[in-house]
Ligand binder design. Structure first.
Ligand code: SAH
Length: 222
């Protein structure tokens, strides 16, 4: 029994979740830690009840305000890339959204700092994650282009909305030896998933597969 089950989050979805996780494995997710975390994280609690029966399909789903909960494969892929960051103490997440990726990160890192620009999404995510008794998450309603200066540097940074270029502030807030994963490219189009590493003060940038994220937008909505 995992801690979510102890906290009363049902066993009923366990089987469908296992099926999703075997599919992720077949599709190339190889880090067992990530697969284990995803097999224990109740994604159906991060979407509206009306579509929760689709929560274990490997697909993005609407979460309101024109935003989506990321596809499980992408969550697994980005998480896996971050696991190789030197230290796993702190991670900065831009785009809390539903909070699902946040829940996964909170089981990988000591502390998660998560920024969301849309107030209602930020508050709903915070409530969900508290109900799941995930207490190592710090929340900010703000513009992720600016990162979270007061808490920098971060061992890892994950951005789950796409800017046209990597924001300079985020690069500055990445710790030496740290890793950033971020979709980069023209808005409303496909983007490149970019892995950025800071090694001896130098930046090493690698473009991986094509991905499709909602755009990273400046400013906040109350
Ligand atoms: N990882 C989330 C993805 C949500 S979609 C999930 O799986 O649920 C991307 C999120 O990024 C949206 O909630 C959107 O409001 C947010 N976002 C877009 N631009 C942002 C910005 N500048 N700062 C913070 N959040 C931003």
């Amino acid at each position: 029994m995992n801690s979510f089950q102890r906290s009363g989050i049902g066993m009923t979805s366990q089987r469908t979740r296992e099926r999703l996780v075997s599919r992720l494995k077949q599709e190339g997710i190889s880090k067992q830690a990530v697969l284990d975390i995803m097999s224990q994280t109740p994604r159906h609690l991060f979407v509206d009840e009306a579509i929760s029966h689709r929560a274990y399909e490997d697909t993005a789903l609407p979460i309101g305000m024109g935003q989506t909960i990321s596809q499980p494969f992408i969550v697994a892929r980005m998480s896996e890339l971050l696991l190789d960051s030197g230290k796993l103490d702190t991670v900065l997440e831009i785009g809390t959204g539903s909070g699902y990726q946040t829940a996964v990160l909170s089981q990988m890192f000591k502390e998660v700092y998560s920024v969301e620009r849309i107030g209602p999404l930020q508050r709903a995510a915070q409530k969900r994650l508290r109900n799941l008794r995930l207490f190592n998450i710090f929340y900010r309603h703000g513009d992720g282009y600016l990162g979270w200066q007061e808490k920098a540097p971060f061992d890892a940074i994950i951005v789950t909305a796409a800017p046209e270029n990597i924001p300079e502030q985020l690069i500055e807030q990445l710790a030496e030896g740290g890793r950033m994963v971020i979709p980069v490219g023209a808005q409303n189009d496909v983007q490149d998933l970019v892995l950025l590493q800071k090694i001896d003060g130098e930046l090493e940038q690698l473009s991986l597969e094509k991905v499709k994220f909602v755009p990273l937008v400046t400013g906040t909505i109350d």
